[in-house]
Design a protein around this ligand. Sequence first.
Ligand SMILES: [Zn+2]
Length: 305
Amino acid sequence: MPDFKVHILGCGSATPTARHRPACQVVDAHGKLFMFDCGECAQLEFRHQSLKFSRLGHIFISHMHGDHFLGLPGLLSTMALHQKDGELTVHIHPEGAALLRRIMDVLCRDTGYTLSYDIIQPGETRVLYEDRSLTVSTFPLYHRVPCSGFFIREKQPRRPLRADMLEHYDVPVAARRAIAEGADYTAPDGRVIPNAWLTRDPMPPASYAYCSDTMRDERVARAVSGVRTIYHESTYDDAQAFKAAPRGHSTARDAAIIARMAGAQTLVLGHYSKTILDEQALVAQAAEEFDGRITAAREGLVFNA
Ligand SMILES: [Zn+2]
């Protein structure tokens, strides 16, 4: 089972509704949780999905519209009450950091965890987080206010050793580390056993692009070129396409065009307007532009990226 799952906590736009909660997603990868946007209701859905505060170390906020931010003060307060410790970094635009600092100063001075801010400058492209197994980078989106997308990429894993072949070629334990790092094996009689015979192909690395609020813009496709799974907002359907660009949003068809241009295998739709009552109609419209797999996000959905 791949160690890279995406949880949808909220996929509506503007306000909470009876159908959807505002924007929030969590990527669960290699034992760590990464949250993308934090609309109202995020902490409720976080608990519904049995996610653990102790594993959450990074929160990424795409822009300062309430449906992407208003859950954050509540979540941070709850985490303080639950005595979360360790480090928590909020990656956010400058005015968001200034606002959140002020709120936390008034509401919640004492946190068991160390809260730090990584300021994302509007328009910048940069790696925000990196460890041995993955990177998270940011790139610009094209909305009514400065807005940033996020691209989460697993690093190419090493080729796993094949126990059956190591035994077959009588490879001593002392030689296995070098093989795991990519070396061929030279047997005592001088025969060279190629690395590919002693190891197997690893799972292809996962990659996921989070494109929260944006009008259709081919620069987005270029920024995430080659991504395996793209989440791209689809606030409107074809009938409301006239509203999309003036409001800095996209239709499901726009999202599909960007997914196709990026070469993605899977498109996830979301950020639905409250006027959208049939998400499957959005999937059908997107399918006219994109041949890959298309999924309509819903709260509680979990998928491998
Ligand atoms: Zn917005």
